[in-house]
Each structure stands twice: as C-alpha cells, then as structure tokens.
Write a protein that binds this ligand. Structure first.
Ligand code: ZN
Ligand code: ZN
Length: 406
C-alpha cells in the first residue's frame, strides 16, 4: 500500500482535536500503522501512540510528532478549513483548528515510516516513532514518559523532531545549542483584605497591590537582566474584583517567563518572587502572596555534534542554500523531555510551509509580519506541496543519518 499523504493531511486538518482529546487522530495513526504492518502501542499518556520498526543491530532513532490542535477559529477560507468544535478543560465549547501545523507533523512522520519500512534493506537499527498528545499544554511528552514509553520501547540513542514554521517551503531552519527557550507559567495570588469601597483605610487593597506588582515586574528584564541575554517576563492575565464599590480580598496574576537556560531560570524566578513578595509587604499585606508554577518547560537544546552531522546531511540532500540558522525562538516545546529522560542527544529543526513566491514578495515589501501568518494564527495555512514531501524527506534523511547503513 501507499499512503495518500495529501488526503491524510486534509483529513487531519478537517478534524483537529484539543490537547489530550486526540482520539480520532490517534485512530487515524494506528489505522495507517496497521496497514503498513508496523508494530505499535496506543493509549500511552492517555492518547499517545508509539510505533517501532526493528531492523537488526544498530542505533535506536526516535522520531517524534505531536498531534493536538488549538482553540482557534479557522479563517483561512481553504476548502478543507476546519469547522470543528471541542470542549476545553473549563467546560467551554470552543472552535478547534490545527493552527500550529501538528497535522503536518503527523502526516510527515507516517510518510517517513512508510519510506523507512519500504527500504529496510538499506539500513539497520531501530526506529521508534512517537505520536505525542498535548504538546500545546506542555504536558504530553511527560504523560507518555510517566506511562512508561521509555521502558516499553527501545531507549533512544538520539531523539529527532521537526516543527512547521512560516519560512519559505523548501527551507530548513536549525540551530546548534539552544533552539527554543525554556518557559514557566506562574499563577500569583495576592492576598489583601476586602471591604467597602468608601472605606479603603479599613482594607488592604489587592487591586492597587496588583497594579504596583505588574509595573514593578516590568523592571526585572529591563533593569536586572544583562541586555545581551534573552529573557521575557509577561503578565498575561490579571483578575480582581466584581463591582466598583467593593474592594476585593485577592487579585490573581498569570505570568509567562522565558529564558535560555537553567541558571537564567533560577535567577529570574528569584527576582520575580522578590518583587511579588516585596510589593505585598509594601502594601501592608497580612499574608504573603501565593506563587504556584503551573507548568515548566526546559529549553530545547540541540546537541552540537549531532546538529553538525544533521546539517551536513540536509545540505547534501537539499543543497547548501536549503539550511539556515533561524536564531533562537522564544517559544517553547516539550520534545526535549524524551531526550533528557532517555539520556540521549536531541536535534529539533523547523521546516518552511509558505509559498516561496508569497514569502519573497512579503520580504521585498518589508511586510513579513503583516502578510505571513504565524503558528497559532487563524490564517495559518501551509502550502501542501512541497511541504508534505519535504516533511517526509527531512525525517527520512535525518533518521538514515543516525541509523547504520547496511
Ligand atoms: Zn503551538
Ligand atoms: Zn506546535
């Protein structure tokens, strides 16, 4: 059999599912694996699937794709645009879209498995393919690891993965060292004392405390971090109070923090905590604020030696102009848990999905930010070709580079 990859992609694109709800997607994956005659296990970390091609002695290469969509209403006007809806964790009915390209990741990995399975006489070793849930929660890879994926399958000698990005189709972006930032999501609850809006002196006003805290947090990066270093402190949500004449008892802030490495994380976390506690003290709070880490993602660090090998393999296959260093991305990923917990190096690269002519016109006009929709945009719409084919080839070239030749 031969998988119709375009039909597969369109089917996945039409039927996106929210994080940890990827049951239909996992079903599409397992149906294709069955038809290819590839051994797999499903339901790992709730909805994850892992597959293995055992082909004699040699290195164990892990290839990873993520499967989840996002609560975004698609506005691409494509004939195969998603009209799907889902129920988010708060119980709300929301639109769902593959706005991050994970449908392309799944398509490319299935296409690569078919190719590797058809060419087993040309290589030896083991290929493990991981179809991961809930990347957008930063929780799916840890869920699969907690469910034993590293013990149920041969452990990796290297972990490889790729992400679709708004570069011209045909281009690969990969960077040695830190490719993506580490991030933490924090919830800060500021505790005051509620009361009547006409009697502020009898209260400890958490609204003012929150306002001062938000402003003071802006100085963490601007005044305390070396300007040559990348760091972000964003307060993305602030909630307090229900009515104009009631001073509430507490205020809640949600923060997103980004940095390049672990020492930076420790330094910036300590600074954020100091500011939050000090502003509460300055407000006369009777109880210290409560700081909770909602999620924590490590930096995505590409192994230097493995990246150099992979870059030359890509250049040999696609030409020297086809590979660029895109710089570090301030987004974050949970792919590196497989490498960290598995004790193996990681290489994670980006591949382009934008029509090269459209991209060149935007670049010439200086309108890339306006005209080229990024991941998570309701207009995110990779061109099908050659994005699908290149997604497959990238994985095959990468896997073959680290497998043994037979
Ligand atoms: Zn995403
Ligand atoms: Zn993504």
């Amino acid at each position: 059999m031969s998988i119709d990859l375009e039909a597969l992609y369109i089917d996945l694109h039409r039927h996106p599912e929210l994080s940890f709800q990827e049951t239909r997607t996992a079903g599409v994956v397992t149906r294709n694996l069955e038809q290819l005659g590839i051994e797999f296990e499903e339901g790992i970390g709730r909805t994850g699937v892992a597959a293995v091609i055992r082909n004699g002695a040699g290195p164990v290469v892990w290839l990873r794709a993520d499967m989840d969509g996002l609560p975004v209403e698609e506005r691409t006007a494509l004939p195969y645009a998603s009209t799907a809806r889902g129920i988010d964790p708060s119980g709300q009915d929301v639109p769902v879209m593959h706005a991050c390209g994970h449908d392309m990741h799944v398509t490319a990995l299935l296409g690569a498995l078919e190719r590797l399975q058809a060419t087993t006489d040309a290589w030896s070793g083991t290929v493990v393919a991981v179809f991961q849930p809930a990347e957008e929660y930063g929780a799916g890879s840890e869920a699969m690891i907690a469910d034993g994926v590293l013990d149920r399958f041969p452990r990796p000698d290297i972990v490889l993965g790729q992400h679709l990005t708004p570069l011209p189709a045909g281009l690969i972006g990969v960077r040695s060292g830190t490719q993506m930032a580490a991030s933490d999501g924090l919830t800060v609850t500021l505790l005051g004392r509620g009361g009547h809006g006409s009697r502020p002196h009898a209260t400890i006003d958490p609204v003012v405390m929150a306002a001062a805290t938000v402003m003071r947090l802006q100085t963490v990066v601007s005044r305390e971090v070396d300007p040559r270093e990348m760091a972000v402190v964003t307060v993305g949500s602030i909630h307090a109070g229900l009515k104009n004449n009631i001073i509430p008892a507490e205020a809640k802030l949600e923060l997103s923090l980004r940095y390049t490495d672990e020492p930076a994380r420790e330094r910036i976390m300590a600074k954020v905590e100091r500011v939050v506690r000090a502003e509460a003290l300055a407000s006369g709070a009777e109880e210290p604020p409560v700081i909770a880490v909602q999620h924590s993602l490590p930096p995505t660090i590409n192994d230097v030696d493995a990246t150099a090998r992979l870059v030359s393999a890509f250049e040999r296959s696609f030409g020297e102009d086809a590979v660029i260093d895109p710089g570090m991305f301030t987004g974050s990923e949970d792919v590196s848990w497989f490498a960290r917990r598995g004790g193996a190096p990681l290489v994670f690269w980006f591949w382009g999905g934008v029509d090269p002519q459209v991209y060149a016109a935007a670049a010439a006009g200086g309108t890339i930010d306006e005209d080229i929709p990024t991941n998570h945009s309701p207009f995110f719409a990779p061109v099908l070709h050659p994005t699908i084919e290149r997604g497959v080839e990238n994985l095959v070239v990468a896997a073959r580079e680290f497998l043994s030749a037979s």
